[in-house]
Design a protein around this ligand. Structure first.
Ligand SMILES: [Mn+2]
Length: 309
């Protein structure tokens, strides 16, 4: 059996859309597959997304003759079936940094890691390459479109590539969502976040070891469409309460606001923020005690800045 999956902890709309659409592509090629998401889906997988498909399972015991396709992920530490599942990987589709050459060496042409706004763009391009673009289902076209919209932060992210824009336009004729779906989608994201802020935060936090010596790096991110300083004030307590679960950690949140195209970075340790995070940015829009506002960045971009600084 082919298993299409992503991370073990939480998966976002990009992973969700890629896996479900890729399952359809495999089906068109006459190959059976199962989509597996063992962890919770985060608040970016809204009702609009779930209305397209929920054709996945949570529990699956990997068999020794299964082959795996991982999407929107290339860091072996986070694979749904663990690092030990590496030898069973057939294909890998991702747009995150750091593991490009690792997978190039191991998978060669079966590793598809490219600098794009959304991994969903790669999956759409696979449909086209394999001549199934014309027969893609409306549900898959809808999902891939939502993922491109969200992962490029409504095309405001500097990670957005022309290929993301082309894919989004090409998908237009295959979509079935009604006018205004983009606004509806972001409204659902905001509502999901407000309804259960603690879970939204928890399910969009990366815990990274060994980046800052022996301290755990707790890096949260929320994508919003409202004034980021007011958002921080509203949720300050909730953020600090969550971070207090971690001992000896450096904690940072990236509140990325698509409307103002800025990122507000907040830490519970103002001195650490000034010393470690501030120097990463050549342009700082505003700053205060424990927070800075910079042009919009995504977490993976900030991680890259930390890694290369
Ligand atoms: Mn992604």
């Amino acid at each position: 059996m082919i298993i299409v999956s992503a991370g073990k902890a939480f998966n976002d709309i990009d992973a969700f859309a890629c896996a479900l659409a890729y399952r359809e592509l495999l089906m068109k090629e006459g190959k059976e597959s199962v989509v597996v998401f063992p962890g919770p889906l985060n608040h970016s997988v809204t009702n609009l997304a779930k209305a397209q498909s929920t054709d996945f399972v949570v529990d699956y015991v990997l068999q020794s003759d299964d082959r795996i396709v991982y999407v929107d992920l290339s860091d072996p530490e986070h694979f749904a079936f663990g690092k030990e599942s590496e030898s069973q990987i057939d294909e890998l589709y991702d747009h995150h940094y750091s593991f490009e050459s690792y997978w190039q060496d191991r998978l060669g042409e079966r590793s598809h890691i490219e600098r794009l706004g959304a991994a969903a763009t790669l999956i759409w391009e696979e449909f086209a390459k394999k001549s199934f673009a014309q027969s893609i289902s409306a549900e898959s076209a809808n999902l891939l479109s939502i993922a491109i919209l969200q992962n490029t932060l409504n095309f405001t992210s500097t990670e957005t590539h022309d290929r993301d824009r082309v894919a989004f336009v090409e998908l237009t004729m295959h979509r079935s969502m009604t006018d205004g779906w983009e606004a509806q989608y972001f409204r659902e994201c905001a509502e999901g976040m407000e309804t259960n802020f603690a879970d939204a935060l928890r399910n969009d936090t990366k815990k990274i070891e060994h980046l800052f010596e022996n301290s755990l790096f707790v890096f949260s991110q929320l994508e919003i469409t409202e004034e980021p300083k007011a958002f921080l004030e509203k949720h300050n307590e909730g953020i600090l309460a969550y971070w207090s679960e971690f001992d000896y950690a450096h904690c940072l949140i990236n509140i990325a606001d698509m409307s103002s195209k800025t990122s507000l970075l907040f830490s519970d340790n103002s001195a650490w923020l000034t010393e470690t995070i501030v120097p990463l940015f050549s342009s700082i829009v505003h700053r205060g005690d424990g927070w800075i506002v910079v042009p919009i960045h995504q977490r993976k971009q900030i991680l890259k800045l930390i890694n290369t600084h």
